[in-house]
Design a protein around this ligand. Structure first.
Ligand SMILES: Cc1ncc(COP(=O)(O)O)c(C=O)c1O
Length: 477
């Protein structure tokens, strides 16, 4: 298998290194000025483990729009995850890494004609619809499509509401769509919904699943054979967040409304998988001390820091995704805290990252770290004003490397082990600096369980084998 992704080789860290030591090593190398990301693929593997533990009946179809990094897609494909694509180019990206078209749902209820034609040509048949015109379009362009009716059921509280744009009313419009689909001799295979991204209203999943059950019954009465329930996205993913409550509600509602195994339950998690996997390091390139106290003209009342990424880059998530970001100075400060603000590098006054925060005085060249920057950041970032979108350094610990190095589409060639020259060139000559307070939770699920469902039939054999090797090595020590 050829390596498709040479730009984002995965650097295998020794046991003394972690995301923060990597950031420190790169930041303090003296040669790094630009902002950069560190992507820890172990974090994605741990999320998958949590998903499988909490939602054993629900197969995840990752929402590519959330972060379309090739490495993210390859890791998720290796774990056996399916994909929710919104467009022709997302479909191509996923097919391009070798994922079978049957593992893709085209989950955009309003699709341009050329994208439907492309999906048909590529064998991507399952697609969502929430209006009559889309049904007519599909009848013309992809008459054998497997149609999933997307209904609206909004969370009372969510980071980003989607219901004002997509989803038909489940009690009036959805039945009409089922009747129309019957008339057009289209194949309705299921129901989907999206309660809103960053859902903070777990009971909404119960309401939505109950609506879906009613529509399944109607579809069956009309002669359809629905087999797919798609629970959409909405699951939180930042460090310290939990899907426990949402999972409890979903599992109970599934047991009540879909107790048998004949319905395939899927979901389209985006931020859950990637939010915490990406950490952004920015550096201060300029600074302005503001003196606004007329009674004490020499006293600094506020410090403005200008960093090398902003709202036109990664921090577009402040505007579009309503995220809140927390600046973490890399160096421990001392002395008194000063009211400060943090600004992006462009010449636009809108380009403000943090409006008001208490910080120790920092110098030019110092690094400010932002965790949880994996969701809805990079795919939207632009190099406006000529400031580049940050590069991503990808890391994994040895256990993750052993688990994934032969899991298609990943290969050994995707990984770089030890302090090879390419590691050194990247500033990844990890010395094992000890960083307080950052612990790397270990993976305690067996590799074969994490990878269960992977499309590669040899996968579970391989991971049992790797497991045994690792255990054997541990016993030797
Ligand atoms: C159709 C669809 N599915 C899934 C997602 C992912 O949602 P989340 O990141 O909240 O899991 C989105 C986000 O906009 C979406 O539009």
């Amino acid at each position: 298998m050829k390596v498709t992704n040479l730009d984002e080789r995965i650097h295998v860290l020794d046991s003394s290194a972690n995301v923060m030591t990597v950031i420190r090593d790169i930041g303090n190398s003296g040669v790094q000025e630009e902002a950069f990301y560190v992507l820890d693929i172990g974090d994605i593997v741990r999320k998958h483990q949590i998903w499988k533990e909490q939602l054993p009946r629900v197969d995840p179809y990752y929402a590519v729009k959330c972060n379309d990094s090739l490495t993210v897609l390859e890791v998720l494909a290796a774990l056996g995850v399916g994909f929710d694509c919104a467009s022709k180019s997302e479909i191509n990206k996923v097919l391009g890494i070798g994922v079978d078209s049957s593992r893709i749902i085209f989950a955009n209820p309003a699709k341009p004609a050329s994208h439907i034609r492309h999906a048909a040509a590529m064998g991507v048949d399952t697609m969502t619809v929430d209006n009559e015109s889309e049904l007519h379009k599909i009848k013309q362009l992809h008459p054998v499509a497997k149609i999933v009716i997307r209904i609206r059921c909004d969370a009372e509280l969510a980071q980003c509401q989607l219901g004002m744009k997509f989803g038909c009313d489940p009690t009036h419009e959805a039945p009409n769509l089922l009747h129309l689909a019957r008339m057009l001799e289209l194949d309705v295979v299921g129901i989907s919904f999206h309660v809103g991204s960053g859902c903070q209203d777990p009971p909404v999943f119960q309401r939505a699943i109950r609506h879906a059950r009613i529509l399944f019954n109607l579809a069956i009465d009309l002669g359809f054979k629905p087999y797919l329930l798609d629970l959409g996205g909405g699951y939180p993913g930042v460090k310290g967040s939990s899907i426990d409550k949402i999972a409890e509600v979903i599992n109970e509602a599934l047991a009540e409304c879909f107790p048998t195994e004949d319905v395939h339950i899927i979901a389209e998690p985006g931020r859950f998988y990637v939010a915490s996997a990406f950490t952004l390091a920015t550096s201060i390139h300029s600074k302005r001390a503001v003196r606004k106290d007329p009674t004490s003209p020499n006293t600094v009342t506020h410090v403005m820091y200008y960093i090398n990424d902003g709202v036109y880059g990664s921090f577009n998530c402040l505007l579009y995704d309503h995220q809140q970001v927390i600046p973490l100075p890399l160096k421990n400060g001392c002395g008194k805290m000063i009211q400060s603000s943090i600004w992006g590098p462009t010449c636009d006054g809108l380009d403000q990252v943090v409006e008001n925060v208490l910080l120790h005085d920092m110098d030019l060249g110092e690094w400010i770290i932002f965790e949880n920057m994996g969701a809805y950041t990079l795919p939207v970032a632009s190099p406006f004003n000529g400031f580049p979108v940050p590069k991503v350094h990808v890391v994994a610990d040895e256990g993750v490397w052993l688990m994934l190095k032969d899991a298609f589409p990943l290969t050994e060639d995707h990984f770089v082990i030890g302090n090879t020259p390419s590691n050194l060139r990247l500033g990844l000559d990890i010395g094992g600096t000890n960083i307080d307070g950052w612990t790397d939770p270990s993976i305690d699920m067996a590799a074969s369980e994490i990878l269960a469902g992977s499309s590669d039939p040899t996968a579970s054999f391989l991971y049992d084998y790797v497991e045994k090797m690792v255990r054997g090595r541990m016993l030797d020590l």
